[in-house]
Design a protein around this ligand. Structure first.
Ligand code: DC
Length: 230
């Protein structure tokens, strides 16, 4: 389809869904795309991490699904959607750094599996997406569950070694520790993760961040969108 046809089409709200496993480069790519296209940015993983942080700081056993389910609605979780300065807070406390720590990272997969957690946080994520003028949302189930009507869907992958070394860099862990943790998390997160049938898979292993951003931006620019920059 040529540009003329696209411009004549009815503008739709631009939602870019970016799913994929941890360490695939989702966050950097999603923030880059949102900045390039003047869109908001939602890190859905941060909402699961924020709830986990609250449970841990209240001494609740994060491996007990019933205990987790009983407290799902208690914390007030808020996120900032500026891709250049995203933040996460719980009950007014900025937890942006704390939720990336080892304790939360080790506990979050079990929390994210609890159905009551998913129902509550997915409703919150959908509200944020609905309130935005256009957004890049990243996670595991954006294209399949949270925003199945998103006009742009990407499934970002990378080989295990590349993912482990990215994670090790981010978290300042050894590559070996990260790799075994990554393995464990992949298995735990698998039931909640999925590639939508209409998603485009991008393997970022041999690509720079700029190249990944560029591919997604090009996909997004094919969508007729009222806030598109060019
Ligand atoms: O992307 P991340 O590592 O910050 O995700 C944290 C956890 O939350 C991880 O266990 C996967 C889970 N998650 C999920 O189940 N669904 C999402 N949409 C996003 C994250």
């Amino acid at each position: 389809m040529g540009d003329t046809d696209e411009d004549a089409a009815t503008p739709v709200k631009l939602i870019v869904a970016v799913d994929g496993p941890s360490g695939s480069g989702k966050s950097s790519a999603s923030r880059g795309v949102a900045s390039a296209l003047d869109l908001e940015y939602l890190d859905t993983g941060a909402t699961y991490r924020a709830l986990t942080w609250w449970l841990l700081s209240h001494g609740i056993d994060t491996t007990d699904p019933a205990a987790v389910a009983a407290h799902v609605r208690e914390p007030l979780i808020e996120v900032g959607t500026d891709p250049r300065a995203p933040w996460t807070s719980v009950d007014g406390v900025d937890v942006s750094t704390a939720i990336r720590g080892r304790e939360v990272t080790g506990a979050v997969s079990a929390v994210a599996r609890v159905p009551e957690v998913r129902a509550h946080l997915i409703a919150m994520q959908r509200d944020i997406i609905a309130d935005s003028a256009g957004i890049v949302a990243e996670g595991r189930d954006i294209g399949t569950v949270v925003a199945p009507d998103a006009p742009v869907k990407v499934f970002l992958t990378a080989d295990l070694a590349a993912r482990a070394s990215r994670r090790a860099e981010q978290a300042n862990w050894s590559a070996d520790a990260t790799r075994s943790d990554q393995d464990r998390r992949d298995r735990m997160d698998a039931p909640q993760s999925g590639m939508a049938a209409d998603a485009v898979e991008i393997d970022s292993t041999g690509l720079s961040l700029d190249q990944v951003v560029d591919i997604i931006v090009r996909m997004a620019k094919r969508v007729p969108h009222p806030r598109r920059n060019s």
